[in-house]
Design a protein around this ligand. Structure first.
Ligand SMILES: Cc1ncc(COP(=O)(O)O)c(C=O)c1O
Length: 407
């Protein structure tokens, strides 16, 4: 008998499943009736959803422009279903490219102000594909500490050294660039355009200046900015009048564009390289036809109905102003993402549950996404919320606070 075998008979080896048997936090929240996750939506009416037979006002979605139920978008999605079938059953690289994917890439490159674009099946895969393909063991990836998890995971997958600077601290970013500008594998700065938990906007002019000064490449994640920022909804660069100046921009279709999928946009040779080297593109099936047609239709609506974006911003100003005048702390929010500080985790769960019972669907945000004791209820407005719905949300916050006490 080998030593390893003998050892295994005497003492129990580590079982990968042990952590699962010890994981009780979610079950405790379920038994206390405050578990907020995986709520099954039975029906959706854009700004309202039905859960277990009850209607809730939805202020926890990323459907900023309210396009998931737009008649023209539904019509285009249905037509694509009938023309191409339900799925592409293969990778973009092989049998999974439709003329629709190519049409979408042309439209996106244009609205994002870039030379070329490449469509992936999710935003998460887009970030993984961009960073893990371009950065390697000798590179360094500098990231804002509040960047989305997909950017962090992407840097880890790439094998590059990753350094995260405190949120918005561009003095620290400068220091890091002074230290690392000449690493052998090159430097990438990656940042969200709109930060998904704070609702603030990156200082693009400064960060772009730093990238240029130190010869680093800059990637902006416009997941929450596409359709929201800029005169035409073109994103963070358009908002700052810097279209075409950023090296690479990515966006997802799972928010304003009412679908699923993601896009990398940048110089043609870089996009061409990603198209032939990005493993998350090559080894995964492509976006289904109806999802692609949805995004194309949403871009049409974006161009034809600019008043939607105006209404989105008016609604955001109204809800944030209302929450602030009721005494709620909305941190640094300046976009349709409006977090409300609720304090501890227990209190946040209670607050979430009370709002839910009052007919309002929100999302709790807990560590590590935010610091301990600075947990939040994250709300996000839509262009299609009516004044009456927003007043009902404000009223629910007032009643819940009266019952539970100020956060
Ligand atoms: C900033 C940011 N980047 C990337 C993603 C990933 O996008 P997707 O949901 O399309 O995978 C998200 C989604 O939550 C996000 O908020």
């Amino acid at each position: 008998m080998g030593t390893a075998q003998a050892k295994a008979q005497l003492q129990r080896p580590v079982d990968l499943f042990d952590k699962c048997f010890r994981f009780t936090a979610a079950r405790e929240a379920i038994s206390q009736g405050v578990y907020p996750y995986f709520q099954p939506i039975e029906q959706s009416f854009d700004t309202e959803v039905v859960i277990r037979g009850e209607r809730k006002i939805m202020v926890g979605s990323n459907n900023y422009l309210g396009l998931t139920h737009h008649p023209y978008v539904l019509e285009r999605a249905q037509a694509a279903l009938h023309r191409y079938g339900t799925g592409c059953t293969g990778s973009r690289f092989l049998n999974g490219t439709l003329d629709l994917h190519e049409e979408l890439e042309l439209r996106l490159a244009q609205i994002m102000g870039q030379e070329s674009a490449l469509v992936f099946s999710t935003g998460y895969q887009t970030n993984l594909g961009i960073i893990a393909t371009l950065a390697g063991r000798n590179s360094i990836v500098l990231q804002d500490r509040l960047n989305h998890a997909s950017l962090v995971d992407a840097a880890q997958l790439s094998g590059a050294q990753m350094v995260r600077y405190p949120h918005g601290d561009l003095t620290m970013l400068r220091r890091l660039l002074e230290q690392h500008w000449d690493v052998a594998g090159g430097v990438l700065i990656a940042t969200d355009g709109i930060f998904s938990m704070e609702g603030d906007i990156v200082d693009l002019p400064t960060i772009l200046g730093l990238a240029r000064e130190f010869g680093a490449r800059l990637l902006i994640d416009d997941a929450h900015a596409i359709g929201v920022l800029g005169d035409m909804g073109g994103g963070t660069s358009q908002h700052f009048g810097l279209e075409g100046e950023v090296d690479l921009v990515m966006a997802t279709f799972s928010k304003s564009l009412a679908s699923i999928g993601g896009v990398a946009a940048g110089p043609e040779p870089v996009i061409h390289y990603l198209k032939h080297q990005a493993r998350t593109l090559i080894f995964s099936a492509s976006m289904p036809p109806s999802a692609v047609a949805t995004v194309l239709a949403c871009i049409d609506v974006l161009e034809r109905e600019p008043e939607r974006r105006e209404q989105l911003w008016a609604n955001a100003v109204y809800l944030r102003g209302g929450l602030q005048s009721l005494g709620f702390e909305t941190v640094t929010s300046e976009t349709p993402i409006i977090p409300v500080v609720t304090g501890t985790m227990e209190r946040t769960f209670e607050f979430w549950r009370a709002l839910f019972d009052a007919g309002v669907f929100t999302n709790p945000v807990l560590p590590p996404a935010v610091p301990e004791n600075s947990c939040r209820i994250r709300t996000s407005v839509m262009a299609t919320h009516t004044p009456d719905q927003l007043n009902q949300v404000l009223d629910a916050f007032t009643r819940v606070r009266a019952r539970l006490g100020a956060p």
